[in-house]
Design a protein around this ligand. Structure first.
Ligand code: DGL
Length: 268
């Protein structure tokens, strides 16, 4: 079946974190139908090998593609960093990851040509941001550091907690010495830590939320392909997960910013 403007946008992530991207999408494109898949049974992807993430990404994409979607958004930074080509190979519709939009926004923002990147271990080891930034502007220097403990801390809801402040200072101290003026929050969970991370840099650094930048790119792509949903009715948001872990709804609603509604468990 051919996708039409009223077909949903498919979004997937390793787990719940991608709901921050759904939140950005629904703000920018409030009438689009969305199908979300979160691989909550196998999360986290951040510490796993690229080979495993690539296998999982192919399965996640295949599930979404069975829903007659018009576009795929890879909300997971780790998947976007190491497996975007896998998803592109599986899809007959446009595929948008979160690395390119975040990197492009950072390149546009940096005046000192010094950009920081934080993300999961997998994302940072991939050098994906540095590779894209080099293509956009070879005069930009990239300083990257993994912050793996941010993921469980955010899921615990410790977004202003003293322990999180301490860990953030520890992780980010080397970046504070590098005179960066722009920092890419290269993980689905990190936008929830924006105020705390901003504090570590005395609010002297521009923080880039790749989810927001990705939503802008999705809008531009839909317009270019004349695939924007013309309906102004309330959109249909469907949420599929591979497991419903404890506290899923509570955590999910914190990421999404509103009620989740019905969640359906599926096996891949
Ligand atoms: N969604 C992942 C990302 O943005 C974070 C969680 C995980 O490690 O799976 O990289």
């Amino acid at each position: 079946m051919k996708a039409t403007p009223s077909s949903p946008i498919g979004v997937f992530d390793s787990g719940i974190g991608g709901l921050t991207v759904v939140r950005a999408l629904t703000r920018r494109l409030p009438h689009e139908n969305i199908v979300y898949f979160g691989d909550t049974a196998r999360v986290p992807y951040g510490p796993k090998s690229s080979q495993t993430v690539r296998e999982y990404a192919a399965q996640d994409a295949d599930f979404l593609l069975s829903k007659n979607i018009k576009l795929v958004v890879v909300a997971c930074n780790t998947v976007s960093a190491v497996a975007l080509d896998v998803v592109q190979k599986h899809a007959q519709v446009p595929v948008i990851g979160v690395i390119q939009p975040g990197a492009a926004a950072a390149a546009a923002s940096t005046v000192k040509r010094r950009v920081g990147v934080i993300g999961t271990t997998g994302t940072i080891l991939s050098n994906a941001h540095a590779n894209i930034l080099r293509l956009i502007d070879p005069t930009i220097t990239v300083f990257a550091t993994p912050c793996p403990l941010f993921v469980p801390l955010v899921e615990e809801g410790w977004i202003e907690h003293k322990a999180t402040q301490l860990i953030a200072r520890e992780y980010l101290f080397p970046l504070t010495l590098e005179k960066i003026d722009t920092l890419i929050l290269g993980c689905t969970h990190y936008p929830l830590l924006m105020p705390l991370i901003g504090d570590v840099f005395h609010n002297n650094v521009t923080l880039i939320d790749p989810g927001e930048e990705t939503a802008n790119e999705v809008e531009a792509t839909l317009d270019a392909l004349k695939l924007r949903n013309p309906s102004t009715a309330r959109p249909n948001l469907q949420f599929f997960v591979s497991d419903i872990p404890h506290k899923f709804t509570e955590i999910g609603e914190r990421f999404l910013g509103h009620k989740l509604g019905r969640i359906q468990k599926v096996s891949l």
